[in-house]
Write a protein that binds this ligand. Structure first.
Ligand SMILES: [Zn+2]
Ligand SMILES: [Zn+2]
Length: 345
């Protein structure tokens, strides 16, 4: 549910961030680790990271830690020294963003969750029994072979704007829906070499363990995900097999890996891979919008949202309860095109 007060606060904080004149570095990290009392760790971690000016989103659970954050460049070394004092963060890999304006996050949130990656499984997977980690060179070699099966372990709205050449692209909008879909797609291919990838590697740790548990033997996972692949490709000057944008879960919404634009505007069908959130805060739908439609719809997902957005704030507040917008009807990244190809309004 949208809370107008919080949204307002968000906008102020965001404006503040854009005014800040400091160089910030964005990166993600994760570690599967048995943390007995995540609630207890949460508060001290928040205090220490806040003091270092870290912004971003961190999930803690009994199964580990998963974070996407930014920090002022001048505090990066201090942050590393700090994480080295914590057993489960010692030597952890910071997976640096590829296209980074430092404007990725504007608040720090640390949440205790049941799992760091919601998988929808009743049983805990044995993550020690997961796939073989491969680097960019091995990835290119394996996926050059015709008989190798390459599968994207991200949600559909992520792979829509960018993916590896020849990858299977599941339709699911969440990881928990993705696992059963992948299993169905791979049925009968238990003997084949399966290569999987995700944004930074965290989802593959589980997905590969899941497949191995289901009888697949030759399972490989791209170490460090798309983010580290892009870094290695640059450094080693090898072929880049990733086309388009890498979707990211922060204010940037994506980082460009190749110049190819492989997606289409959800409103007019023109070539575009610009993810936006509907400018009507009561809607906030995540969708793809071209520049022309952004002008025509004034950054909104529909005529309804555009007109609502023009109402005085008081009027919006009064109407909000009785209105439904695309964002309240469709879950994140789920959109539906009408028969004429136009975005449903
Ligand atoms: Zn358009
Ligand atoms: Zn909207």
């Amino acid at each position: 549910m949208s809370r107008p007060e919080n949204r307002k606060n968000r906008k102020d904080l965001k404006e503040q961030m854009y005014k800040l004149n400091e160089t910030r570095v964005t990166f993600s990290f994760y570690k599967y680790w048995s943390i007995e009392k995540p609630e207890e760790i949460r508060n001290s971690l928040f205090k220490d990271l806040d003091a270092l000016g870290v912004k971003g989103r961190i999930y803690l659970s009994y199964e580990g830690i998963n974070g996407q954050v930014s920090v002022a460049k001048e505090n990066l070394e201090k942050l590393k020294s700090y994480t080295d004092t914590i057993d489960f963060l010692k030597g952890i890999r910071f997976n640096y963003a590829i296209e980074d304006d430092g404007k990725s996050f504007f608040v720090l949130k640390i949440k205790v969750r049941e799992k760091i990656v919601a998988d929808g499984l009743d049983q805990n997977l044995d993550l020690a029994q997961n796939g073989k980690h491969i680097d960019a060179v091995e990835f290119n070699e394996l996926t050059n072979k015709d008989e190798t099966i390459l599968i994207d372990m991200r949600n559909h709205y992520e792979s829509e704007v960018g993916h590896f050449k020849g990858a299977m692209l599941p339709e699911a909008a969440t990881f928990r829906d993705l696992l059963p879909e992948v299993l169905e797609k791979l049925e009968g291919k238990e003997e084949k070499e399966i290569v999987m990838y995700c944004t930074g590697g965290i989802r593959c740790e589980k997905a590969s363990a899941f497949l191995k548990n289901k009888g697949f033997e030759k399972v490989y996972q791209l170490d460090g995900g798309i983010i580290d692949y892009a870094r290695q490709v640059k450094e080693l000057e090898i072929e880049n097999k990733f086309k388009g944008k890498n979707f990211v879960f922060d204010e940037r919404l994506g980082e460009r890996i190749s110049e190819d634009v492989i997606a289409h505007c959800h409103q007019c069908g023109a070539q575009s891979d610009r993810h936006v959130n509907c400018d009507n805060d009561a809607c906030h739908l995540l969708f793809i919008q071209c520049d022309n439609c952004a002008t025509e719809f004034e950054n909104c997902c529909s005529i309804k949202c555009r007109e609502f957005n023009k109402l005085p704030e008081e009027e919006q507040k009064a109407q909000r309860k009785d209105q439904t917008f695309n964002g309240s009807k469709f879950s994140k990244g789920r959109y539906y095109l009408a028969d004429d190809g136009k975005f449903l309004q």
